[in-house]
Design a protein around this ligand. Structure first.
Ligand code: AMP
Ligand code: MG
Length: 398
């Protein structure tokens, strides 16, 4: 068996960041910027009001309460074609440009309408009161985002504000997914004895989707070297990575590792973890291929520990390793010593003191997918007898 960290390092070393290209901002969520973004303009681009109210000359309000003559109304989106003179005020809506002559805004709640043409201002205000200055969010030429920042919904908003329609970002990988196994079927049709339904492919495609990656479904592949080889070549010809499940254990029909050994630069690893001990990882024509174990929980855990960090690295994400944090076991997480780290499926809830509290999500067999579905975290239980009730354990949120 090899250490998890060695296996992870081996995989990461062989997955390169993809090339940068121009990405449409609207579809750039989760991508990593390949170049800094500089602002071409000021945001806001003009002085405007933060409140609904009246634009005034602040000096006029010194002796408040004071009655001012209303000279017009300025909705958002309209530049006034009049100025506010001494003794005057303009009705103004949030976001509208401050008219010439005015230097402050009195919020509507601090005014009283005397008649159609007259407003009483109840308070004295300073210059710039409720005025959002041009450039007070972003100034022209400012470094808005640095290279390697991950594009979040907020980034997309800023880029939209600046009128950027595309950015330079590392390419999102296209990832092929296949399931191997003669016993596998899909859909609602009645199963013959011994057959089961394929759960790994839909799960892995969903895990990819959650990362913002559209998987290419290569379908169900029979347990023959020819079929597996053809599917691998198909995937390599049109994708940046391949994820298969099944066929990497010690069984007689485990042909995935046989094929990868022949057509690729492959390493078959027995990783000191449970579940997901077997992993076939290699490259075929330079394209990374993840041969994940077939057991449904194992394939998911293997995805979290190996494929996900590797795909993050390919997308240019500098922080690609799974993040662990300490949690408290509210009931014991028992195991036996076997030289492996166990990744137990747990439900984590935030305790009163801000520390996560975890308990088993259910059956811990590598075929027991229900507990994996219920779990929101994996507890990293080191070799030994496990964690006693109240003990501290690292978790990875999934
Ligand atoms: P294997 O790694 O091919 O020996 O498969 C290990 C176990 O996982 C066997 O019980 C398989 O039937 C099961 N298995 C393999 N692939 C899938 C799949 N795509 N969906 C559900 N179970 C699977
Ligand atoms: Mg199989």
């Amino acid at each position: 068996m090899i250490a998890l960290s060695d296996a992870q390092a081996y995989v990461l070393d062989r997955c390169e960041r993809l090339a940068a290209s121009d990405a449409r901002v609207a579809s750039s969520l989760g991508l990593v910027l390949a170049a800094p973004v500089l602002s071409g303009e000021a945001i806001p681009s003009f002085d405007n009001t933060a409140m609904d109210g009246f634009a005034v000359r602040s000096a006029d309000t010194a002796g408040a309460p004071v009655d001012l003559t209303i000279v017009g109304t300025i909705p958002a989106g309209v530049a006034a074609d009049f100025a506010v003179g001494s003794g005057q005020a303009a009705r103004i809506m949030t976001g509208a440009p401050i008219p010439d002559g005015a230097d402050a805004v009195v919020m509507v709640e601090r005014t009283e309408l005397i008649d159609d043409d007259t407003v009483r201002v109840e308070i004295a205000v300073d210059a710039a009161n409720h005025v959002r200055r041009a450039g007070d969010d972003i100034s022209p030429g400012e470094l808005v985002f640095a290279e390697n920042e991950v594009i979040s919904p907020g980034h997309i908003g800023v880029l939209a504000s600046l009128g950027c329609e595309s950015v330079s970002a590392y390419r999102r990988p296209t990832v092929a997914v296949m399931s191997t196994g003669d016993e596998l079927r899909e859909g609602s049709a009645t199963l013959a004895p011994g057959q089961i339904r394929d759960s790994n492919r839909p799960t892995l495609l969903a895990l990819l989707k959650r990362m913002g990656i559209n998987g290419v479904d290569l379908g169900l592949i029979a347990d023959t070297e020819e079929d597996i080889e053809a599917a691998m070549h198909d995937g390599v010809s049109r994708c940046d990575a391949i994820i298969s499940s099944g066929g990497v254990s010690m069984g007689d029909y485990d042909y995935v590792k046989v094929v990868l050994d022949r057509i690729g630069d492959m390493r078959w690893m027995q990783v000191a973890i449970k579940p997901a001990k077997p992993l076939a990882f290699g490259t075929v024509g330079g394209v990374p291929v993840f041969g994940l174990p077939g057991n449904p929980v194992s394939s998911m855990v293997s995805f979290e520990l190996f494929a996900k960090p590797a795909l993050h690295k390919m997308m240019g994400n500098l922080q690609s390793a799974p993040v662990t944090q300490p949690a408290r076991a509210v009931s014991s997480l028992r195991r036996h010593a076997d030289g492996k780290i166990h990744f137990m499926r747990v439900v984590a809830t935030l305790g009163d003191d801000g520390v996560f509290e975890v308990e088993s999500a259910g059956g811990q067999g590598s075929h027991q997918l229900l507990a994996m579905a219920r779990a929101n975290a994996l507890a990293v239980v080191p070799d030994g007898e496990g964690i006693a009730e109240g003990g501290v354990v690292d978790i990875i949120m999934i």
